[in-house]
Design a protein around this ligand. Structure first.
Ligand code: ZN
Length: 254
């Protein structure tokens, strides 16, 4: 009987992949003595296509995934993202100074809206991306500089128990300040790997010495610029350098 139980336990243990096969975990105990340099990447603009996500899913790393509301695959991508260990985030379109930067996306926050309209649009956007754990701004150089707009947006974010990732698009942004005042957990991203979409490989590779020097680095990129494939190709270099990919949630300010 004992042997039977032991055999069953062994077969069960074998069915579960050993922890060491998860490449984002630090390697052998010796390598864990010093904290490894950490990199968090958020890939944004998901929603309209499934094909763009294949290289991201193939990496098995806890990247963030910014998903547009009301897109053909928004609901499915949130579900798939969670199944692949990604962090699903509503990528909330917000008014930019240059209208072309915001359009053409549905569910955008415009500064002419009343507070009640903003609450409703953010709620609608969240309803079209059920399961997201945070909200990030898409564009927003006009809206993120407006304390009233950011207060209305972030009150809704807080009411839903979510956090906010600021993509800073203007030095006049008050987004993170308002989030701090309202007690919304938040994280600021200022490093972009493909904006503009040139020299992407160099910028991705530059994360390695930057993370080694600073201990950690946060960066954002877009799924439509080819950046996910570049990261996939350079993954062995990150691994050799002892870099650990971590979820953006490790960097949330309380
Ligand atoms: Zn965006």
């Amino acid at each position: 009987m004992f042997l039977l139980i032991a055999a069953a336990a062994l077969s069960l243990a074998l069915a579960v992949p050993p922890l060491a096969s998860w490449s984002w975990l630090p390697g052998p105990p010796a390598a864990r003595a010093a904290a490894p340099p950490r990199v968090a990447i958020v890939f944004e603009h998901a929603g309209a296509s499934l094909a763009d996500l294949a290289p991201i899913y193939a990496m098995h790393q806890p990247f963030g995934l910014g998903i547009f509301p009301h897109k053909r695959y928004s609901v499915q991508i949130v579900r798939d993202a969670m199944a692949h260990g990604l962090v699903p985030i509503l990528h909330l379109p917000m008014e930019a100074r240059n209208p072309a930067d915001t359009a053409p996306v549905a569910g955008a926050v415009w500064v002419r809206m009343t507070d009640a309209q903003i609450t409703r649009i953010v709620e609608d956007d969240l309803a079209s991306t059920p399961g997201v754990v945070g909200v990030s701004n898409h564009a927003g150089s006009r809206a993120t500089a407006d304390p009233r707009i950011m207060t209305a947006v972030l009150r809704t974010v807080k009411a839903r128990g979510l956090w906010f990732e600021e993509n800073r698009t203007t030095p006049a942004s008050v987004a993170s300040d308002v989030a701090a005042r309202l007690g919304v957990r938040r994280v600021l991203i200022t490093t972009y790997l493909d904006d503009p979409p040139v020299d992407i490989e160099r910028k991705v590779r530059a994360l390695i010495p930057l993370a080694q020097r600073q201990g950690s680095v946060l960066a954002a990129a877009h799924i439509t610029t080819g950046t996910p494939r570049v990261v996939l190709r350079l993954l062995p270099e990150f691994r050799r350098a002892g870099i650990v990919f971590v979820p953006i949630t490790e960097f949330l300010a309380p």
